[in-house]
Design a protein around this ligand. Structure first.
Ligand SMILES: NC(=O)c1ccc[n+]([C@@H]2O[C@H](COP(=O)([O-])OP(=O)(O)OC[C@H]3O[C@@H](n4cnc5c(N)ncnc54)[C@H](O)[C@@H]3O)[C@@H](O)[C@H]2O)c1
Length: 323
């Protein structure tokens, strides 16, 4: 089966491409390299340096390579930047994705797995978020993903598209070959590892007066390899559930302070931790209720205990530093 991976030179897309190939699927990658790196797409995988907004190029790639399914990771995903510059997010994540869909329709592929986010929910009104939780995004990034979720459903109704939408919680960890490596890191693990390796002089926890046990925010970390597994299950699942949305998280939350302490303990590295101001729009706790993915998609996270997440991210960091 031929799978077109948009954003396959980025973090999650490169891991999914690796695992698709390992499982005998034939991945093709489209990436404009605005964030991702060419070196993370292996030479034996067909690579197209195109923008998803180029619907003619997308249609041609789909037609020429008999693409069966598109896995759509390409997007901008920095929450803070989206607040400062919503236009950048609406242009890439909404207009870009609409053009991708146009290209898919013209090229004759109507099956898509779409990377969405728990940011579509906004401030939680209950502890564990299930898919029916109200969708009130509090930043343009989350809003851009919600718009495309809704558009996809209209595409399904009008044009016969099939979709599985995955709302990831916090992707983390690495494989031996792929992990996080961007010019600008905003996620907790790569930043903690920068502090551990003295690439920054301390680590800042934003806020210690949240309504949690230790006062720091609680988040649900999901190993990127478990995310990849869900995408593979989604390929078949789209036949029986052609308009489905699933949360991908573990249902367990860890506070920022717990992650910091676990990383120090597991890696044996020490660094200074400071407390800063709360960041606007950070809820106390974001934890998934992922029962629907467990039951319907038959997805069970196997790699997502915090120790494994930290160990794999640490090995990846060591590998980056060796280069
Ligand atoms: N990382 C997370 O924790 C997380 C959580 C929730 C949702 N997501 C979503 O998952 C997807 C992948 O996230 P990631 O962390 O791998 O991001 P990433 O930034 O590492 O990768 C995104 C890739 O898309 C490419 N890209 C961006 N715009 C493009 C365009 N217009 N045309 C072609 N290529 C383009 C970039 O060059 C990059 O290689 C995103 O859609 C993101 O919103 C990520």
């Amino acid at each position: 089966m031929n799978i077109l991976v948009t954003g396959g030179a980025g973090y999650i897309g490169s891991v999914v491409t690796e695992i698709l190939q390992r499982r005998g699927y034939k991945p093709f990658v489209v990436d404009n390299l605005s964030i991702g790196r060419r070196k993370y797409v292996p030479e034996d995988i067909p690579f197209f340096e195109n923008d998803i907004a180029d619907s003619d190029a997308i249609a041609k790639i789909i037609r020429d390579n008999h693409i069966d399914v598109v896995m759509h990771f390409a997007a901008f995903a920095l929450v803070g930047e989206s607040v400062e510059n919503p236009e950048k997010y609406f242009t890439n994540n909404i207009e870009g994705t609409l053009n991708l869909l146009k290209g898919m329709k013209a090229g004759g592929c109507k099956r898509i797995i779409f990377s969405s986010t728990c940011a579509v929910y906004g401030n939680p009104v209950k502890d564990a978020l299930d898919e029916s939780h109200p969708k009130n995004p509090i930043n343009p990034y989350g809003y851009s993903k919600l718009v495309m979720e809704n558009c996809l459903d209209w595409y399904a109704q009008a044009y016969g598209f099939k979709y599985n939408i995955f709302r990831y919680f916090n992707a983390a960890g690495a494989t031996a070959l792929h992990g996080e490596d961007r010019d600008i890191e905003t996620h907790i693990l790569p930043i903690l590892l920068q502090a551990a390796f003295k690439e920054r002089d301390h680590f800042t926890i934003f806020g210690n007066d949240y309504n949690t046990n230790d006062g720091t925010c609680i988040r649900d970390y999901i190993h990127v390899e478990d995310l990849a597994e869900a995408h593979i299950l989604g390929i078949e699942n789209m036949n029986s559930h052609p308009r489905a949305i699933y949360n991908l998280g573990t249902g367990n939350g860890y506070s920022n302070l717990q992650v910091v302490n676990a990383l120090k303990e597991i890696t044996g590295m020490d660094f200074e931790v400071k407390y800063g101001e709360r960041r606007p729009g950070d809820p106390d706790m974001l934890v998934a209720a992922a029962t629907k993915a467990n039951q319907e998609l038959k997805w069970v996270p196997k790699h997502s205990d915090l120790k494994n997440i930290i160990e794999t991210a640490f090995s990846w960091k060591n590998k980056l530093l060796e280069k």
